[in-house]
Design a protein around this ligand. Structure first.
Ligand code: ATP
Ligand code: MG
Length: 222
C-alpha cells in the first residue's frame, strides 16, 4: 500500500468522542424535557422496574441506531409519550444527544471556520409519522448522522449499545462465539472481512487470467 493510500485509510477511520448528554422530550416515558448527563468514566442510571432506564438506551438507538426494530416499538409513533392513564399524549418525540468534539472528530461536518467543543445530533418524530434528523438544531438527512457515527466509530448494530439481556447472552455463549464478539469489538472482524473480500478478488483475477491465457494459446495455435 502506498503512503498516500495508507494516510487516506487512517483519515477515513474515526476519532474519539463521548456522549455528554441525552435529552428526551415526549420520548417514550419522558413527557417533559429530561436531560441525562454522562460524566467522566462510568455513569449508572438506577431506578425501579419500568421507570425508564432502558428508554434512555432506546433514545440513543432512536438517533443513531437501526431505524426502528431495536426500539421495542412496532411503529415510530409508538415512541411518542402516550399519556398513560391520566395525562394527554405528546405531539412529538424528540431526542437530542450532545457529543464531545474536543478532539475535532466532527470538524468536517461543521461549516467553514466554525468551531465547536461539542455538537448535538437529534431526531424528532411527530404524531403524523414524519421523522426528522437534526444536526446542531438544523434538519439534516439521516445519512449525515450515519456518516458522523461512522466517523466516531459508533456502530449501532455492533456492541456499542449493549441492551438488557444481551449481557447474559454474552456470558452464556461458547468460547468461540464470545471470541467473535471480542473480534468485532476490537475491529478485527472488519479486517477479516476485508481479507476475505481481497482473497475473492484475487481468485477472480486469477480466473480471468487463466481464461486469457487459454484464448492466447488458441490464437498462437492458429
Ligand atoms: P426494567 O428495570 O424493568 O428494565 P426500565 O427502567 O428499563 O425497567 P423501561 O423499559 O425503560 O424501564 O421503561 C418502560 C416504561 O416505559 C413502561 O412503564 C412503559 O409504559 C413506558 N413507555 C414505553 N413507551 C411509552 C410511551 N410511548 N409513552 C409512555 N410511556 C411509555
Ligand atoms: Mg430495562
Amino acid at each position: 500500500m502506498s503512503d498516500q493510500k495508507l494516510e487516506q485509510e487512517e483519515n477515513s477511520t474515526g476519532g474519539d468522542t463521548k456522549i455528554k448528554e441525552v435529552k428526551c422530550k415526549g420520548f417514550k416515558s419522558f413527557q417533559r424535557s429530561t436531560a441525562v448527563p454522562f460524566y467522566e468514566g462510568l455513569t449508572a442510571i438506577v431506578g425501579e422496574n419500568g421507570s425508564g432506564k432502558s428508554n434512555v438506551v432506546d433514545a440513543l438507538s432512536f438517533v443513531f441506531g437501526k431505524r426502528s426494530s431495536s426500539l421495542r416499538a412496532e411503529k415510530l409513533t409508538q415512541l411518542i409519550f402516550n399519556g398513560g392513564e391520566n395525562r394527554s399524549k405528546a405531539d412529538f418525540a424528540k431526542v437530542t444527544v450532545t457529543l464531545d468534539n474536543s478532539s475535532g472528530v466532527f470538524d468536517e461536518f461543521l461549516e467553514d471556520e466554525e468551531e465547536a467543543e461539542e455538537v448535538t445530533v437529534g431526531r424528532k418524530v411527530t404524531q403524523a409519522g414524519s421523522s426528522m434528523y437534526k444536526f446542531r438544531g438544523h434538519n439534516v438527512k439521516a445519512s449525515k448522522i450515519d456518516e458522523m457515527a461512522r466517523k466516531a466509530n459508533i456502530d449501532p448494530d455492533g456492541y456499542h449499545f449493549v441492551r438488557q439481556g444481551k449481557v447474559t447472552e454474552i456470558v452464556e455463549q461458547s468460547d468461540k462465539e464470545r471470541r467473535k464478539v471480542v473480534d468485532e469489538l476490537s475491529g478485527v472482524a472488519e479486517f477479516d472481512e476485508k481479507k476475505d473480500e481481497a482473497e475473492e478478488a484475487v481468485d477472480e483475477v486469477e480466473e480471468k487470467l487463466q481464461q486469457q491465457e487459454i484464448i492466447l494459446n488458441e490464437k498462437k495455435d492458429h
